[in-house]
Write a new protein. Structure first.
Lengths: 111, 115
């Protein structure tokens, strides 16, 4: 079963614009991780945010976490064509031994 | 530093056959997990191996089994293949102490098509 729900399911924007993807989850977590997946390829780790953190940055990526709302967002600034991919949030639940993924957001950057 | 490596990258099997997929974890990692990703879906946890034992299992039938070797590499075996087993199989590795929330690294996956 999927715990995370990404919103929107698909997003298409122009190159240079910012892209925001949201993730909601259901249970308490130790951390939340965002991954990128190019078509048919493996998952590339983007950023990990722990339950006691509210915001993290990595290059053009900004992730927020609101544990009271059980939600997270991933912001990609100044998007590039190479950012075209599917993006997944995955939660590591309290006492868990696994990641639980959402169904992903398919991001398309138009040149 | 090699990342997580998986083999084979693609394979086609006939319904009812058996398949073995292989994974070598990232250097320094001793915990290996396997995930199944159907087309258009997010990955689903199959099981995790640590110290050569299955530590946790997801909601998958006994047709799915695994093994971890002393060098931490791992195999995923699927018996009596069904058409619905067609998917991308992802191996993930992490160091000891995963409970505290370390980054989990994934391989490129093995695409299995059952015909």
């Amino acid at each position: 079963s999927q715990q995370g729900e990404e919103d929107p399911q698909a997003l298409s924007i122009q190159e240079g614009e910012n892209a925001t993807m949201n993730c909601s989850y259901k249970t308490s977590i130790n951390n939340l991780q965002w991954y990128r997946q190019n078509s048919g390829r493996g998952l590339v780790h983007l950023i990990l945010i722990r339950s006691n953190e509210r915001e993290k940055h990595s290059g053009r990526l900004r992730v927020t976490l609101d544990t009271s709302k059980k939600s997270s967002s991933l912001l990609i600034t100044a998007s590039r064509a190479a950012d075209t991919a599917s993006y997944f949030c995955a939660t590591w639940g309290t006492g868990a031994q696994k990641l639980v993924f959402g169904q992903g957001t398919r991001l398309t950057i138009n040149p | 530093d090699a990342g997580v490596t998986q083999s084979p990258t693609h394979l086609i099997k006939t319904r009812g056959q058996q398949v073995t997929l292989r994974c070598s974890p990232k250097s320094g990692h001793d915990t290996v997990s396997w995930y199944q990703q159907a087309l258009g879906q997010g990955p689903q946890f199959i099981f995790q191996y640590y110290e050569e034992e299955e530590r946790q299992r997801g909601n998958f039938p006994d047709r799915f089994s695994g093994h971890q070797f002393p060098n931490y590499s791992s195999e995923l075996n699927v018996n009596a293949l069904l058409l619905g087993d067609s998917a991308l199989y992802l191996c993930a590795s992490s160091p000891t102490g995963i409970d505290s929330g370390n980054t989990i690294y994934f391989g490129e996956g093995s695409w299995l098509t059952v015909v």
